[in-house]
Design a protein around this ligand. Structure first.
Ligand SMILES: [Ca+2]
Length: 484
């Protein structure tokens, strides 16, 4: 009894202290601007949107990978907002990037490899166009990866520096890695535009494999010794027994062909995953250089950095390399928003809500104080600055539509427990409880106990597809008037 009484009184004291602290916090915050007031301030922030190529969500230290070294990405995550469940609507470079530009699903913007160029109406509603119209200096650096009509890029960007493979370029007799070249261009843009609000779309080509080169990956000397003494664990589904369970159509095609390029022996897998990590660590060092430049130029405190990957990547899971499918490893990407205008005590947040690449497009405009076009299909993420939105999506639709006999046309439904996948050209469906079966190994779609669920998810996807196609042809696409 005595102990209990003591415990109770101790608890009371702790709780009183906590109350006092809360009260004191409140009185302090009343004299400081709220998050909303910071977002609405007249001074426009600079925005740098960093996009990496084929970096999956867990190829980053802050997302639970204890092998890869990514201190600068981790800093963005730990001092910003880190979205643990970020996905792309389409897991392939061309379409994912088009979705980021237009704020729309592939089914609506209707662009991927092999399709006609992106419709001008969508590009005149893209975030760089609207920012440029509102007075922002706009720049693009890196890999563009889309097809647009002549003159469109000039209408979006005042500064545009694109460099493609090989990984190593010879400049003044020295071999320079493409990530460093991209970094140099980004730094040039920042220095040239430090006195006006700017938006830089910084799209690395790294760590995408150089597909036509048997070596696949190259990295600079300064990361060469990294990962020498570690062993990359074997994924749970990277074995012949699991591969044998896949339907025949899935055992051929690019996912398997590229597995032979990278992971068909244990020695090669160790080398290739480490190579992938080395290229990501190179990107990380470039981000560090860019942040140092922001500090040197005195604009770090007013420059928002948004970071994400354009699609995931199989590192041997399912017996696959590449992406394109609706499985977690293909769809899931790192995503962070670092906004230094928010007090440090209010930053460092992690969210489990499902967010999408098409949320980035309205978010950028929202941060810049520019009206968001009505045809955008994502949601601004700025509500996550404070305590997160009260109502947020509880499921997502994803798809891949490129017509190629080596890649599937497919679409998926995902909520916080279930994943349903169907294919346009194959009579095959998948249903996983990914909450309990993260690696998506037990296909429940043909289990009669789940027949109603399959019917429900299939119905949802089919109606989503119809709605997205209807929006493609809508006359309501609004080309926004320049802000007065
Ligand atoms: Ca990509």
């Amino acid at each position: 009894m005595k102990y209990s009484a003591l415990l109770l009184s101790t608890l009371f004291v702790i709780s009183s202290c906590a109350d006092t602290e809360t009260t004191s916090d409140k009185s302090e915050t009343t004299s400081q601007p709220t998050v909303q007031e910071i977002l609405n301030q007249d001074k426009k922030p600079n925005i740098i949107f960093i996009l990496t190529d084929d970096q999956r969500w867990d190829a980053m230290g802050a997302n639970g990978n204890d092998i890869i070294k990514t201190p600068y990405m981790d800093k963005l995550a730990n001092e910003g907002i880190n979205f643990k469940n970020a996905f792309v609507t389409t897991p392939i470079c061309a379409s994912s990037r088009a979705s980021l530009m237009t704020g729309m699903f592939e089914r609506t913007h209707n662009f991927t490899f092999g399709k006609p160029k992106l419709d001008n109406r969508y590009m005149f509603n893209s975030y760089p166009y609207l920012l440029k119209q509102s007075g922002y200096a706009t720049g693009f650096v890196g890999k563009w990866g889309m097809q647009v009509n002549e003159g469109i890029q000039d209408s979006l960007f005042q500064f545009n520096e694109q460099v493609w493979f090989p990984y190593n370029h010879f400049i003044d007799g020295d071999s320079v890695h493409i990530a460093d070249i991209h970094g140099d261009h980004a730094i040039d843009f920042v220095k040239q535009n430090k006195d006006k609000p700017f938006c830089l779309s910084f799209s690395f080509l790294s760590p995408h494999a150089h597909d036509s080169d048997p070596e696949q990956y190259y990295w600079p000397e300064y990361v060469d010794s990294m990962y020498a003494d570690v062993e990359i664990p074997l994924p749970a589904t990277a074995n012949q027994a699991f591969f044998d369970t896949l339907p025949e159509f899935m055992k051929v095609g690019f996912n398997r062909q590229r597995w032979f390029w990278r992971y068909d022996t244990e020695e090669k897998r160790q080398h290739m995953v480490k190579a992938y990590y080395k290229v990501i660590s190179t990107v990380d060092s470039v981000i560090g250089r860019l942040q140092a430049t922001l500090e040197e130029e005195g604009i770090a405190d007013n420059t928002v950095i948004i970071f994400m990957g354009d699609n995931g990547a199989f590192l041997g899971e399912r017996g696959f390399a590449g992406k394109w499918t609706m499985h977690e490893h293909s769809l899931r990407v790192p995503m962070m928003i670092y906004d230094p205008r928010i007090p440090a005590s209010e930053r460092g947040k992690t969210y489990e809500e499902m967010v999408l690449n098409i949320d980035i497009t309205p978010t950028i405009l929202d941060i810049a104080g520019v009206d968001i076009p009505k045809n955008y299909q994502g949601e601004s993420l700025t509500d996550f600055y404070s305590d997160g939105p009260k109502d947020w999506r509880t499921s997502i639709f994803t798809e891949h539509l490129m017509e190629n006999e080596n890649i599937f046309q497919t679409n998926g439904y995902r909520d916080d427990t279930w994943k349903f996948i169907q294919y346009d050209n194959y009579d095959y469906i998948e249903l996983y409880n990914h909450k309990e079966d993260f690696d998506e190994t037990v296909n429940l779609a043909y289990n009669p106990d789940y027949a109603d669920m399959v019917k429900k998810f299939k119905g949802k996807n089919d109606s989503t597809i119809a709605a997205l196609i209807a929006q493609r042809y809508s006359d309501q696409i609004i080309v926004k008037e320049p802000k007065k």
